[in-house]
Ligand binder design. Sequence first.
Ligand code: FAD
Length: 511
Amino acid sequence: MKDAPRRDTVSDMSTTAPVQGDATKSASAPRPRKIPRVVVLGGGTVGLYSARRLHKRLGKREAAIVVVDPRPYMTYAPFLPETAAGSIDPRNVVAPHRRALKGIDVLQGHVTEIRHADRTVQVQPEEGDPYWITYDHLIVGLGSVARTLPIPGLAEEAIGFKNVEEAVAVRNHVLNRIDVAASTWDPELRRRMLTFTFVGGGFAGIEAMAELEDMARAAVKYYTSIEQSDMRWVLVEGSTRILPEVSEELGGYTLEQLRKRNIEVHLSTFLSSCEGGHVVLSNKTEFDSDTIVWTAGVKANPVLKNSDLPLDKMGRVVCLPTLQVAQEDGTVVADAWAAGDCAAVPDLINPGKFCPPNAQHALREGNHIGDNLARVLRSAEPTEYKHKNLGAVASLGMYKGVAQLFGRVKLRGFPAWVMHRGYHVMAMPTFNRKVRIASGWIGAALFRREVVALGSLHDPRAEFRAASVPPKVKPEQAAVAPESATDVATSPDATTKPGQPVQKDASSWDR
Ligand SMILES: Cc1cc2nc3c(=O)[nH]c(=O)nc-3n(C[C@H](O)[C@H](O)[C@H](O)COP(=O)(O)OP(=O)(O)OC[C@H]3O[C@@H](n4cnc5c(N)ncnc54)[C@H](O)[C@@H]3O)c2cc1C
């Protein structure tokens, strides 16, 4: 592989200057750094909290911190179900890096390779060639991706629910399908449009489905041609219960609540296929569904396989309780730290187990890495991360919830829902986001939540393309077949008529 240029002249003294420099010069003679450079991979929960804490401890005179992430914001995922339900504005569920990481360099791009032995990582920016950046200390907070299976039709028909883009797309899609169903007399098409399928009964799946179902019920009140009973909501879960994060009793209560709402729950059942939107379950149930949301677990970010860091069998970075990266035998890998969904962090409260992949741990681990790295840079010993689980809170729609606190306290219904909102709004990073979210809730309580579908946001140029007048084609050009399809068909030879948008191979998610 041809090596990308190295970028070594990151603001050695100042942490506010952009990361740049003469790549060829620096590759041959890197300037010695006056202060250590810390590169943070991922600007999510771990990345944002570790960078902020480190910056707070050391200031810009003791360390230059660089955060690399393809997105310009950190997403507070526990609020994604409420975002999909329209209770929280999508802009308020993210903390923009440029505001939340003041005094810290931010690079927008994907990390594609980590060579820790050489203390360098490769970054692929959105535009332009990849390049390498060097560092003295590395923090890995690359999170996780959806854990999928090779199920026929899944990649083509389904969508995940891991980030704000997906949450907004699912919301618009559900509302759009209701609109489409309300405008057709074809009973089969209506049934398909009004059947919503979720696969995975963990926290994310249950919250996402319960919130969206609640929102859809509120939305259909505005449609004269659709009854609430016309909608079919289906949950498919492979194990014998839902919500493994809470006690059997609370899981059972949640199941009962979902069934009371006429949500069809298939336990001990797997999705066998969903080609063309025709869902086939392992218990032989078959139906057509135009909405399939996959929330069946996560796995460590696969880019870690492109690194020389020690990984466990599940692809997570092996860590010590100090959050230092370590070999399987416990030998510390110098200058490397990891936490969150992509790391196997020993759980000192439950010996022999690992900290579960959740925001509660990720943000505390992020802060702990910041503290520990500051200690190490000042020649002190790192301390071990230890956190007793506070419990779990889940929203099941407006005024409905379930919560288990400190292992013992179990709440249901309205008190659990209040606890869910209270806990998460306090955990939401940055003061201004907390205020914006709370004021959004007050606005929705006064004027009801908004149930409009803005599906065209996903293809904002469609109308302009259709309206575009193609350039006149000279006779000699007309004889030459176009080499490739463009957005607008400009040639009379094209199969699409001039001015008409080229038909892309799009599933209904692209509408
Ligand atoms: C729908 C949903 C609901 C949830 N609800 C709860 C809840 O109620 N309570 C709870 O405790 N937890 C909840 N979680 C889990 C929690 O959000 C995660 O465990 C937590 O965010 C993990 O933090 P992280 O820093 O490891 O990963 P993330 O916060 O996901 O951050 C990873 C970052 O890495 C970036 N990245 C990815 N690839 C690259 C790359 N190649 N190069 C550079 N950067 C990259 C991403 O853009 C992202 O910013 C929920 C998760 C979801 C999806």
